[in-house]
Ligand binder design. Structure first.
Ligand SMILES: *[C@@H]1O[C@H](CO)[C@@H](O)[C@H](O)[C@H]1NC(C)=O
Ligand SMILES: *[C@@H]1O[C@H](CO)[C@@H](O)[C@H](O)[C@H]1NC(C)=O
Ligand SMILES: *[C@@H]1O[C@H](CO)[C@@H](O)[C@H](O)[C@H]1NC(C)=O
Ligand SMILES: *[C@@H]1O[C@H](CO)[C@@H](O)[C@H](O)[C@H]1NC(C)=O
Ligand SMILES: *[C@@H]1O[C@H](CO)[C@@H](O)[C@H](O)[C@H]1NC(C)=O
Ligand SMILES: *[C@@H]1O[C@H](CO)[C@@H](O)[C@H](O)[C@H]1NC(C)=O
Ligand SMILES: *[C@@H]1O[C@H](CO)[C@@H](O)[C@H](O)[C@H]1NC(C)=O
Length: 247
């Protein structure tokens, strides 16, 4: 049986309209123009960062010019004028536009780039265990340095289930925690838009072994004792009859 309950915290606000591009810190960023671009003697193309910083310029029948600040880091490819920014840093987060400039300016690409680090594994800790011979309740907390969620589980014998959420908190932007149960293992998945990492704990080691074994042992003992008594009874009746006959 699989119980699959998910608690999700998401606090990543996305502005309406503008396309968001998430990229892992240190990876390359690729941006395309939204429509085909044709340059001529009077028409150039610029890739810009945060509206006023020029990254590169493309001029009709010439190689693209990459400005000094981006030398070696940025490339523009023909014939579609797509931009490649190598090994992005957090300071590369911001708005990127491609602008075709002639008598008028026309935007042919616009997006918000968000550089994220890969997430760290969350800590999954057992806060409390309360077990009796036939059930076990347990509360875990999944936490990162920024936020945490608590969740309770209940096991009856071999079957464990989610006992509803206890606590929900979100403090870190664009990062989420989810706790779920699969068979007898609790998972906590810490994720953002570019990565995830999962921590797990086997419920059995806190609950099932004691209760499971004790019930099993008791049943076996009761059954064995009963069987032995029955066998002894049958044998004694037999022996008694034989003794009677001899007499
Ligand atoms: C634009 O050209 C580059 C290099 O030739 C290629 O990698 C990229 O996929 C192209 N983009 C589109 C939208 O065709
Ligand atoms: C670029 O603009 C974004 C806001 O859109 C801002 O958060 C970021 O600090 C700016 N980056 C630089 C290097 O100016
Ligand atoms: C576990 O919780 C349930 C319902 O909240 C309760 O009925 C049961 O007695 C609890 N078991 C233990 C061992 O605390
Ligand atoms: C409950 O669990 C604790 C710790 O695992 C164990 O020491 C104890 O014997 C258990 N109690 C019962 C009634 O199973
Ligand atoms: C969970 O977060 C709260 C504040 O949001 C904090 O007081 C508490 O200590 C945290 N718990 C853990 C286990 O990190
Ligand atoms: C963890 O969460 C992320 C984002 O929701 C998801 O893409 C990923 O598949 C999850 N991992 C597992 C093992 O469920
Ligand atoms: C989770 O984090 C650990 C420690 O940082 C790392 O070794 C592991 O590869 C990560 N797992 C995933 C799926 O990224």
């Amino acid at each position: 049986m699989i119980f699959f309950v998910i608690l999700v915290l998401l606090s990543c606000t996305e502005a309406e309209g503008l396309q968001h591009v998430f990229v892992l810190h240190g990876k390359d960023l690729h941006l395309d123009t939204e429509k085909p671009v044709k340059l001529d003697e009077h028409t150039d193309l610029f890739w810009r960062f945060n509206s006023s910083n020029n990254i590169a310029k493309c001029v009709f029948n010439n190689d693209p010019v990459v400005y000094k600040k981006y030398a070696g880091r940025a490339e523009v490819f023909g014939p579609n004028y797509s931009l490649k920014l190598k090994k992005v840093q957090h300071s590369d987060s911001g708005d990127y536009t491609a602008v075709v400039v002639s008598e008028l300016e026309q935007r042919v690409a616009e997006c918000k780039v968000i550089v994220q680090d890969s997430v760290t594994p969350a800590q999954l800790t057992v806060e409390s265990v309360s077990n009796s011979s036939d059930s076990c309740n347990l509360t875990v907390t999944c936490s990162t340095v920024d936020f945490n969620i608590s969740s309770s589980f209940r096991c009856d014998g071999k079957i464990c289930s989610h006992a509803g959420e206890k606590d929900l908190k979100a403090t870190k932007k664009c990062s989420s925690l989810s706790v779920y149960l699969q068979q007898d293992t609790i998972f906590c998945n810490h994720s953002n838009k570019v990565s995830w990492n999962q921590t797990m704990k086997v419920l059995k080691s806190y609950c099932e072994t004691e209760t499971g074994i004790s019930i099993c042992v008791v049943k076996t003992v009761v059954f064995s004792v009963g069987l032995i008594i029955m066998v002894i009874a049958v044998i004694s009746v037999h022996i008694m009859e034989k003794i009677k006959k001899r007499k």
